[in-house]
Design a protein around this ligand. Structure first.
Ligand code: PLP
Length: 377
């Protein structure tokens, strides 16, 4: 039972009270990575940690944990039976290489929808590996403030896959709907939106996500892939990067970060306790509406993203008087609103509203935005 914390842990929710005189009663973590953990998850994790730290990954206990984790994820995301569920390492970044190495066999071509920072990184990685990966949609001309309309996408008939980033964590741009494609299997990076809403797994050939936003700790990456796509990796692919090797060597090909697997299970249980993906979706939409409404009022804040693709998970914004930014961040921090600095590549501000950020956090941010504007607008 947590009664009070002199040094609040990052990511704690409104139930964690600070005992420091003058400190805010509640502290909310808006950092984009890693995401916050609900208090109940942290408590269960800390209780289990001594056992987890020594759990051998070939033990019965770990094999059972892996099986439970897979079954719970399949149920929550309604993963069709002909999909494999892999739990890997290397973060989402490793998938930027694994996807082309495993899906491009016999067809070097791959089409990428370049809608922001992370899809750009994925495209560059595929090109560096020598694949004929092309920019089928180019969001650069729109300064990544909108997703190019689908009728402008230049998709090739022989592409092995079409790649998109469902939520651009840095740019605050989100695909509100699964792209409608019939040409090639769809590959999605869902690192920052997995479990944030209902998703159409069956309309994708492959989905991957790092666990550290809505599924707990860094050190675990989830891949859902349709079996038929596992035709074998390109010759020379390292075994660790070969989906088929990973799949055959269940539950883990090499030594995994066991606490991250256990935390993922706790996070799935927590989502179910909250009412499942539908409840997450409506809570996340309501949090986003609260924050966007505050940003759109009064003129001190600017969000250039087209309304139809504004992210409900990562809200990026700027102060129209840039010189106020350090003061804004400092005062927000003192008010208990932490982690609001934008990504190092773009600066400004960013509020991540992951599942474990309570609605009270969004309301506190909206209040602060209004108050700061009154004082400095
Ligand atoms: C959409 C997206 N893709 C990929 C990554 C890279 O993830 P990792 O640090 O797990 O490699 C991130 C990290 O924030 C992300 O938000």
């Amino acid at each position: 039972m947590v009664t009070g914390m002199v040094h609040p842990m990052p990511g704690h929710d409104s139930r964690c009270l600070s005992l420091v005189p003058g400190a805010p009663a509640s502290v909310f973590n808006f950092a984009a990575s890693p995401g916050p953990l609900p208090l109940s998850v942290r408590e269960r994790l800390l209780e289990a940690m001594p056992g987890l730290l020594q759990m051998h990954h070939r033990s019965v206990a770990f094999v059972e944990l892996a099986e439970r984790l897979q079954a719970k994820l399949r149920e929550l995301l309604e993963v069709p039976a002909d999909y494999r569920v892999l739990f890997l390492q290397g973060g989402a970044t490793a998938q930027f290489a694994m996807v082309p190495l495993n899906l491009c066999r016999g067809q070097g071509a791959a089409d990428y929808l370049h809608t922001g920072y992370w899809s750009g990184r994925a495209l560059a990685e595929a090109q560096q590996l020598g694949m004929a990966a092309q920019r089928a949609a180019d969001g650069r001309a729109l300064a990544f403030h909108a997703i190019p309309p689908s009728d402008t996408w230049q998709l090739r008939a022989d592409a092995a896959y079409v790649y998109y980033t469902a939520n651009e964590t840095v740019d605050g741009v989100e695909f509100r709907h699964t792209p409608q494609l019939t040409t090639a299997p769809l590959v999605a990076d869902m690192s920052s939106c997995l479990l944030s809403r209902r998703m159409e797994v069956h309309r994708h050939g492959l989905i991957f996500a790092g666990a550290q936003k809505n599924m707990g700790l860094p050190g675990l990456t989830v891949v859902l892939v349709r079996e038929a796509l596992l035709q074998g990796a390109l010759p020379g692919t390292p075994s660790l990067y070969d989906y088929r090797v990973q799949d055959q060597q269940r539950p883990a090909y090499n030594t995994p970060v066991v606490p991250a697997w256990y935390t993922a299970e706790l996070m799935l249980d927590w989502v179910v306790e909250q009412g499942g993906l539908q409840a997450m979706e409506s809570s996340n939409c309501s949090k986003a509406e609260t924050v966007y409404a505050a940003l759109d009022t009064g003129g001190l804040y600017a969000n250039a993203v087209a309304p139809a693709c504004r992210s409900r998970v990562n809200i990026v914004f700027d102060l129209v008087v840039p010189a106020l930014l350090p003061l804004f961040l400092e005062q927000a921090h003192h008010a208990g609103l932490q982690g609001l600095a934008g990504h190092r590549s773009r600066g400004g501000c960013r509020a991540a509203l992951y599942n474990a950020l309570p609605e009270a956090g969004a309301l506190a941010l909206a209040d602060f935005l209004a108050d700061f504007q009154r004082r400095h607008g």
